[in-house]
Design a binder for this molecule. Structure first.
Ligand SMILES: [Zn+2]
Ligand SMILES: [Zn+2]
Length: 186
């Protein structure tokens, strides 16, 4: 059983006073919005708890990534659509968009964590603790020191990126959906 999916362990960090440990601070009352890649599921949180990064094997699978960046959400509402769920353990269900597959939540009795990258301003919610570091993929820590594309390839790639006509929902709420996010060809 992973750290995340162990209800008992999870209880020890949930409900912890937000001011009790230095930088566990993002307890602002401002509104934080976000959603899945296609925009079918959108949410609003008015109070955030502690942001973390979990390396456990379950989070690697659930996020299709090196792990999961999650933040506890309080005063939370779905503002468009709702996720579908996978019960990843007896204590935990994980929400994702049934239309585009974006992983969205980690939910336990009495609480919900949201995947930080799905927030519109994901860059403002930095993890302050890592969980299950012993389970980290052996190459994960080295990613930031890998070389990027060589200059000539970078140019080609940038040109290609300009041409792809993204279907990704923009990083803000929209009045209509599907949102029109690329110029029409007609
Ligand atoms: Zn979606
Ligand atoms: Zn985990």
């Amino acid at each position: 059983m992973s750290w995340h999916d162990s209800g008992a362990n999870r209880e020890t960090t949930r409900g912890m006073p937000l001011q009790s440990k230095g930088s566990f601070m993002i307890a602002t009352k401002e509104s934080h919005t976000g959603g899945c890649q296609c925009g079918a599921v959108r949410f609003r949180v008015t109070e955030l708890g502690r942001p973390s990064f979990c390396h456990c094997r379950m989070c690697q699978k659930a996020f299709g990534a090196t792990g999961g960046a999650l933040v506890t959400a309080k005063a939370f509402t779905w503002t468009r659509g709702a996720p579908k769920y996978f019960q990843s353990s007896k204590a935990i269900k994980r929400g994702f968009c049934a239309d585009c597959g974006t992983p969205l939540t980690f939910e336990y009795e009495g609480g919900i964590d949201i995947a930080i990258p799905t927030f519109d301003k994901a860059g403002e919610i930095a993890p302050v603790i890592q969980l299950s570091p012993e389970a980290a993929l052996p190459w994960a820590a080295g990613i930031s020191s890998l070389p990027g594309y060589p200059a000539e390839e970078r140019e080609r790639r940038e040109a290609w990126m300009q041409s792809i006509q993204s279907n990704q929902h923009p990083d803000h709420d929209t009045d209509v959906w599907p949102a029109k996010v690329w110029p029409s060809k007609s």
